[in-house]
Write a protein that binds this ligand. Structure first.
Ligand code: DGI
Ligand code: FE
Ligand code: FE
Ligand code: FE
Length: 184
């Protein structure tokens, strides 16, 4: 699947700003993959597809989690914002025959991270966090570290997210802690 094919597939399902974010994540993921020696084609595909399910109806995503035994049921106990990665990956598998397990898992954990992330998963996770349109506190430092150190950049991104969620008195999905603990 080419970059253009992947981007054209997701485009009708996304709002304009979300599509533009997706293009920037794709460019960023390619750069990070080249820099840190991940598979560039897989990074490109996973990044282009990563937010495919962002605007799918909550009930539809809930049903996927209930019915597909590969999806962890505990997702239902956490914020629905976390569902679009894992559910989107499996929707793409069904709809376009996406069959690359590396790409599927990179899409799947792009929001939360997880324990023992692969280089490809880290690249997509980090690209989503540092793409040039992002402007949250601390992103500059993560961008700087991402010039040289993939693990350090990911662990700082995870730390910032965890601290932000705790400040807001929101729950933190266990995989986010697992990802952080694994990299620190
Ligand atoms: O889909 P995007 O907006 O591009 O970015 P994303 O998929 O990383 O979604 C991010 C939001 O999800 C992030 O701003 C914080 C929120 N969130 C809620 N609960 C959790 C969480 N993020 C993580 N990593 N872990 C959580 O438990
Ligand atoms: Fe996302
Ligand atoms: Fe993210
Ligand atoms: Fe995103």
């Amino acid at each position: 699947m080419t970059r253009e094919q992947a981007l054209e597939y997701v485009r009708p399902f996304l709002k304009k700003e979300r599509y533009e974010h997706t293009v920037r994540v794709t460019d960023e993921a390619i750069k990070l993959a080249e820099r840190f020696g991940a598979d560039v084609k897989k990074a490109e595909t996973a990044a282009a597809l990563h937010d495919y399910a962002k605007y799918k109806p909550r009930d539809l995503m809930r049903r996927w989690i209930q019915e597909d035994r590969r999806l962890p049921k505990d997702l239902l106990d956490y914020h629905h914002e976390l569902w679009h990665g894992p559910v989107g990956a499996l929707m793409l598998e069904r709809e376009i025959g996406l069959d690359d397990g590396d790409v599927i898992s990179a899409i799947s954990c792009h929001t939360t991270g997880r324990k023992h992330m692969t280089k490809l998963e880290k690249v997509v996770f980090l690209a989503d966090y540092i793409e040039p349109g992002r402007d949250f506190p601390g992103v500059h430092e993560v961008r700087e570290i991402a010039e040289t150190n993939l693990d350090k950049a990911c662990s700082l991104a995870l730390k910032n997210t965890i601290v932000f969620l705790i400040r807001m008195e929101r729950t933190v999905y266990p995989d986010t802690f697992h990802a952080y603990n694994d990299l620190i």
